[in-house]
Design a protein around this ligand. Sequence first.
Ligand code: MFK
Length: 553
Amino acid sequence: MFQQVPPTLGNQYEDDRVLRSYLRRVLPSDALRQIEPSLIEMGRLAGDQLYQLQLSDRLNEPRLTHWDAWGNRIDKIEVTPLWKLAERIAVEHGVVATAYERRFGPLSRVHQCALAYLFTPSTDIYSCPLAMTDGAARTLIACGNQKLIDRAVPHLITREPSEFWTAGQWMTELTGGSDVGLSETIAKHESNTDYRLYGRKWFTSAIGSQIALTLARPEGNPMGGRGLALFYIETRDEDGRLNNIEINRLKDKLGTRKVPTAELTLNGTRAELVMGTSDGVRNITPLLNITRLWNGISSVSLMRRGLALALDYATKRTAFGATLAEKPLHIDTLAGLQAESEAAFHLAFYVAELTGLSEAGEIDEESARLLRLLTPVMKLTTGKQAVSIASEVLECFGGAGYVEDTGLPVLLRDAQVLPIWEGTTNVLALDTLRAIGDEGLSKLQRTVKGLLETVKDSDLNEPSRVVLTAFDHAERWLTNARTVEPSISEAGARRFALTIGRTLELALLIRHAQWSQDHEADARSKAAARRFAQSGIDLIADHSLDDARTILC
Ligand code: MFK
């Protein structure tokens, strides 16, 4: 009787041509030699033990217990077995710590993102608490509050599991996840920098954390984001009792179901000011930028996982007389997905490089502005790609991709969160326009042209032309939209930001393709660049807002 062989994974580092080739280009060979054992080990865990546990852990979900047997309110969260193991592995392998130990200067962020990229797809979005932990450490450091840095940061970046704390990021309230300035939580002053918080937080991810950074409005402050202040909370006291926090319920989400995301009531929660009594939104932005980087790395890592499974399965599944891997249409389909994900990879890791330069204090003003601009661009572009690739990957398995116990549908459900949390596509598209400000695109244009300077292979001429044409179009559109009226640039912001993202992805892929051709005699990235160049880089269209309104009325 026929038996289908399921897809399997090998060592997720050793099998990843794109990651390995990229690291060979950006890391000095001595640094690569030093970090490679850690990547090989993480790749082994991700492809073997963690992946097997992920499959067998599929039906487990976090549980919230409100009361103990004796009537005491405990609000205890029990996470899944994989999450418990994932925490230990993440801490011991420095999936957060590596960025702060800074063994390789600015490139430590690249090392850390490579670990996170390998770790994420096999650990049921344990990347969520790690992202917030990383972001909280970065925010406390950026705010310069020495007392809180000394108190919390060593726990957030430790490699010792018994010392490790995770951090939450409690921003979203019932008034909305995007317009954070509407937050209603009130901060009543007690003494010095100590306050008590009263309010409801509506979407607090990974609620098992030991600390949280949150926003609240000190009494008497004006409305809006500037009237909010940034607060530090320790969630439990020394006896393990919650800090006047009630966990009302866990969210029943489409995906990321292993992440215990809760609704909370803060009822006199003790909190400490992190920095000043206002400008909370601005002060928490280091956290947003780090979690947006993690979001992008998660996007490319989930794309890679889907493709690793689909590529393997194509060699094992036979239909109409041959394996799928031999079928021209299947080859063409997979090649398109590979090119798309390869382009996305280079943008996510480019932002990691810039983030590392910034953290090491080695970034110049121009690159700092580029980082500010490219963080939302990268997050929104890769988030969209992750959903589309996950959907296509499921289709590569036919009906099996739609059946839960293959472990495949979760790829699509989890990917769907990536364009939503940490700023939706539209919110980040508007943030892109704000980050460009009055300066226009001249600096980005210099960067893009610089990326193409090394191109000498004539096969890359046409992709390079696509980059320059798309970029030119984006620049003209922006100049024109801004001379008309704000609603025009707002209405086209998403198409504009995605065009910038995809254009830069192509430019980065071309730069890498030339390098790979020169140094590895490998033409695969070049083929990917040629393919991606024909995959809808320029999405700008002159749709009229009046037409859009007409369609909807
Ligand atoms: C798996 C990996 C990741 C997992 C993490 C999962 C955890 C999930 C938990 C969550 O979902 S947490 C909620 C995430 N929420 C958001 O991301 C909020 C989305 N909304 C925005 O980003 C809005 O644009 C924003 C709240 C920032 C707008 O608020 P405001 O009050 O209108 O602020 P405004 O005036 O735009 O910005 C205030 C200041 O911050 C300005 O500077 P100035 O005060 O100097 O003028 C801005 O320029 C600056 N700013 C804003 N965004 C910035 C920034 N600066 C640097 N970087 C940014 N990204």
